[in-house]
Design a protein around this ligand. Structure first.
Ligand code: IPM
Ligand code: MG
Length: 354
């Protein structure tokens, strides 16, 4: 197994070190060879090479079986022009590696129920939503313009989708829904946007191949409301790049802590990039207090989606659950009466329970 590691900025390196340790432990338990290559992204790459992602690092990723990424961004690079800011590295790696399918599970651990901003009565028996976000198209990558036209400063961004882009993400979503509770919600704005109407058409066509999955549609404004007043109606959500960005933050926070959520960004082979959903959190960087569980669960997703190691996936998640059950917490999810652990101690605890 050949893995490229991109630690990135802020708490990225700290949480990644725990993810790496867990992966090493798994390779020992399941006796497979593991090889790490280290590349650079975000501010880390800007400081070294002047750009947020170099061709060398892209090449290194391409030659690996999978990529594990920490986080990018920080105050220090905020004044740079948009094209060379840390975020540009993230968009570039998604596009270059064709990582069109972004899976963002929002799972509420029973032990963290009280950390959710939602009432407990809305979260009976936990919460388990999978958001499937299109990641290499739409308004993030459409034509942009910013200039003065006839004395008026004008700017636009274009939200464009091609049928095949919608079809391939729809198939990923249906496949996942089929293995879960067989319910898929397309989130769009078809009452206003032409490209949303194309989404409906294509997703409905694909649904003919997945007759056992119940398909429904919600406008994005309504979906945002439903997420906080009736979150349990959702199983799998499929949506475009920008709507997915917005509602995945909303879904993540109702699970109690953004520090707990992993993600996978997949291409059409088994290749994937795995990263925690949280950002670089510069305010707590270097203090050994960040929560490494999202990174550790991203490692679990890597084993499942890129290497078909379902047992190892379950094993890591079970270890995380046991850690929580036994009252161990990092600062972000700490409550009175629990045992406070540092980033490294949390990593070690998970390994102990593995
Ligand atoms: C995310 C982030 C990125 C996005 C930013 C940092 C470019 O918000 O991964 O959700 O908008 O996709
Ligand atoms: Mg986002």
């Amino acid at each position: 197994m050949n893995i490229t590691i991109l630690k990135g900025d802020g708490i990225g390196p700290e949480v990644m070190d725990q993810g790496i340790k867990v992966l090493e432990k798994i390779s020992e338990l399941y006796a497979f060879p593991l090889n790490f290559n280290y590349g650079f992204i975000g501010g880390d790459s800007i400081d070294r090479f002047g750009v947020p992602l170099t061709d060398d690092t892209i090449e290194m990723c391409r030659k690996s079986d999978s990529v594990l990424l920490g986080a990018v961004g920080g105050e220090k690079w905020n004044q740079l022009p948009k094209e060379i800011r840390p975020e540009a590295g993230l968009l570039k790696i998604r596009k270059e590696l064709n990582l069109f399918a972004n899976l963002r599970p929002a799972i509420l651990f029973n032990q963290l129920k009280d950390a959710s901003p939602l009432k407990n009565s809305l979260l009976e028996d936990g919460l388990d939503i999978m958001i499937v976000r299109e990641l290499t198209g739409g308004i993030y990558f459409g034509e942009q313009f910013h200039d003065v036209i006839d004395g008026v400063e004008t700017a636009w961004d274009t939200m464009k989708y091609m049928d095949y882009e919608i079809e391939r993400i729809a198939r990923v979503a249906f496949e996942i829904a089929q293995k879960r509770n067989k319910k898929l919600t397309l989130v769009d704005k078809a009452n206003v946007l032409e490209n949303s109407r194309l989404w409906r058409k294509i997703v409905e066509k694909v649904s003919n191949d997945y007759k056992n999955v119940e398909l429904n549609y919600l406008y994005v404004d309504n979906a945002s409301m439903q997420l906080v007043c009736n979150p349990k109606q959702f199983d799998v959500i499929v949506t475009g790049n920008m709507f997915g960005d917005i509602i995945s933050d909303e879904a993540s926070v109702i699970t109690g802590s953004i520090g707990m959520l992993p993600s996978a960004s997949l291409s059409d082979d088994k290749f994937g990039l795995y990263e925690p959903i949280h950002g670089s959190a510069p305010d707590i960087a270097g203090q050994n207090i960040a929560n490494p569980l999202a990174t550790i669960m991203s490692v679990a997703m890597m084993l499942k989606y890129s290497f078909d190691m379902n047992e190892a996936f379950d094993r890591i998640n079970a270890a995380v659950e046991k850690v929580l059950e036994n009252g161990y917490r990092t600062k972000d999810i700490y409550e009175e009466g629990k045992t406070l652990l540092s980033t490294t101690e949390m990593g070690e605890k998970v390994i102990q329970y593995l």
